[in-house]
Design a protein around this ligand. Structure first.
Ligand SMILES: Nc1ncnc2c1ncn2[C@@H]1O[C@H](COP(=O)(O)OP(=O)(O)OP(=O)(O)O)[C@@H](O)[C@H]1O
Ligand SMILES: [Mg+2]
Length: 371
C-alpha cells in the first residue's frame, strides 16, 4: 500500500506488537484502558474504557480486520469496506435506533471508526430468556423496524446483513429509567451497515446465511428499480428467534449450527441447506410454537415468503407488530408509542453533523490515496 503517510503500515507489525500499538493509540488521547480485539468477518473491534465521570464511559473502535485485509494488495478493499460502513451509517446517524459513529482515528495508516460501546446485542438477549419479557421482545422488534423504515426514507434500500449479532442494545434500567414504566426497557440500535445496499453498490447480494432471502443466494444482478425485500425476510427469521428463545424456523437452534464450527453436522456448513429452505415456496413453522403471540405466526410466514412481493413492506410489518402488541398488552403499547415519539422528536433537530462530515471527507480522501 502506498499511502500519503510515510510511516510503517500497521499490518507490517507482528500481531502482538500491532495490538500493543493500537491499544496505546486508542488509550492515549483520552486516558482510557483498551482491550481486544474481538474479530468479526470484516472488522476487528477494540473496547476502550474511560474513568468514571467521562462521557462516553466506553467506546468501540472498529477497523478492517488485519488477518483479512492486512497486505498491500488487500488493504484497499478493507479500507473501502470501512469507508462504505461509515458512509451508510453517517447517512442515517440522526435516527435514534441506529448505532452511530462519532469519530475516525488513523493508527499507522489504518482507519478506526469509533462508536459508543453498547450494553449487548440481541443475540445476548435471545440467549438469556429470563432477561426479557414478551413485552420487551415486541418493543425491541418495533424499534428495529423503525430503524429500517427511517433508513429507507433516507435512501438506504436494505441493511442486507440483519441478524441478532448486528443489533445492539442499551439497558435503560442501568441508565436509571425506572423499571416500572410501561414501554421499552431496552433501547435497540441497529449496527453494522457494512453490507448495506451492497447489492446495488458492489453487485453483491449475500448477507449471513440463516437470514438470507432466496434472491440473496443468487449472484445475478437484481432489478435495481424495485425496492429490495431482504430485510423483511431477515426480520421474519429474527422475530421467530425472538419469540422462541433462539429457534430458527428451519427447525434448529440457530446458535447451535451457525456460525459453523467443527463438530457441527456438515449439513449446516452447506450453502444449499439454507438456500433450499429459503427458496421453499410453502414454509411451515415447527408445530410446537404455541409460544408465538396472536398474530405473529401469520406475520412471520408472510415475511418468509420465497416471493419477495408476497412479503410485507416494513410499514405493514410495523403496523402488524403494533396491533399484536396492543392486543397482548395495551399499556406497554401506549407507553412505547410515547417513548418512540420522544426519541424521534429529540433527533429530528439533528440534521447536520459538521464534525462527522469532515471525518468522512478525510476517510474518502485517505481511501482515494491508497493504491
Ligand atoms: N459499539 C459496540 N458496542 C458493543 N459491541 C460492539 C460494538 N461494536 C462492535 N461490537 C461487538 O463486536 C462485534 C463485531 O462488530 P461488527 O458487527 O460491527 O463487525 P463485523 O466484523 O462486521 O462483524 P460480523 O461479520 O461478525 O457481523 C459485534 O457483534 C459486537 O459483539
Ligand atoms: Mg456484525
Amino acid at each position: 500500500m502506498k499511502s500519503n503517510m510515510s510511516i510503517k503500515p500497521l499490518y507490517e507489525f507482528d500481531q502482538e506488537k500491532r495490538q500493543q500499538i493500537v491499544r496505546r493509540h486508542l488509550e492515549e488521547p483520552r486516558g482510557g484502558e483498551a482491550t481486544g480485539p474481538i474479530e468479526g468477518a470484516y472488522g476487528e473491534v477494540y473496547s476502550v474504557t474511560f474513568p468514571t465521570g467521562t462521557s462516553p464511559r466506553r467506546i468501540a473502535a472498529k477497523c478492517p480486520r488485519i488477518k483479512r485485509f492486512g497486505s498491500s494488495e488487500k488493504a484497499r478493499v478493507g479500507i473501502e469496506q470501512a469507508l462504505h460502513e461509515l458512509e451508510k451509517t453517517h447517512q442515517v446517524f440522526m435516527i435514534p435506533w441506529i448505532n452511530r459513529f462519532f469519530d475516525v482515528q488513523f493508527i499507522h495508516g489504518w482507519p478506526f471508526i469509533l462508536s459508543r460501546y453498547r450494553d449487548g446485542s440481541l443475540e445476548d438477549l435471545i440467549a438469556n430468556p429470563l432477561a426479557w419479557s414478551v413485552q420487551d421482545r415486541f418493543t425491541s422488534l418495533i424499534q428495529v423496524i423503525r430503524a429500517l423504515r427511517m433508513a429507507q426514507e433516507r435512501g438506504i434500500g436494505s441493511h442486507q446483513d440483519l441478524k441478532p449479532g448486528n443489533i445492539f442494545f442499551d439497558d435503560l434500567n442501568r441508565k436509571g429509567v425506572p423499571k416500572t414504566s410501561d414501554g421499552m426497557h431496552f433501547h435497540m440500535l441497529v449496527a453494522d451497515f457494512g453490507l448495506a445496499d451492497a447489492f446495488r453498490d458492489f453487485g453483491r447480494n449475500s448477507g449471513s446465511r440463516p437470514y438470507m432471502a432466496p434472491e440473496q443466494f443468487s449472484s445475478e444482478p437484481l432489478d435495481l428499480a424495485v425496492l429490495p425485500k431482504f430485510d423483511a425476510f431477515a426480520l421474519g427469521v429474527i422475530a421467530y428467534e425472538i419469540f422462541t428463545d433462539g429457534r430458527h424456523p428451519i427447525g434448529v437452534t440457530t446458535a447451535e449450527v451457525w456460525p459453523w464450527r467443527p463438530g457441527t453436522g456438515q449439513k449446516w456448513n452447506r450453502e444449499s441447506t439454507w438456500r433450499d429452505w429459503a427458496q421453499a415456496s410453502r414454509k411451515s413453522l415447527p408445530a410446537n410454537v404455541n409460544v408465538l403471540p396472536t398474530g405473529m405466526r401469520a406475520l412471520i410466514l408472510d415475511a418468509l415468503s420465497s416471493d419477495p412481493n408476497a412479503r410485507p413492506t416494513l410499514k405493514d410489518f410495523e403496523e402488524q407488530l403494533w396491533e399484536a402488541l396492543t392486543r397482548f398488552d395495551h399499556s406497554t403499547s401506549t407507553g412505547l408509542r410515547k417513548q418512540v415519539d420522544w426519541f424521534e422528536g429529540q433527533s429530528s433537530s439533528e440534521a447536520d453533523w459538521p464534525h462527522m462530515d469532515q471525518r468522512l471527507m478525510q476517510l474518502r480522501t485517505f481511501y482515494s490515496g491508497v493504491v
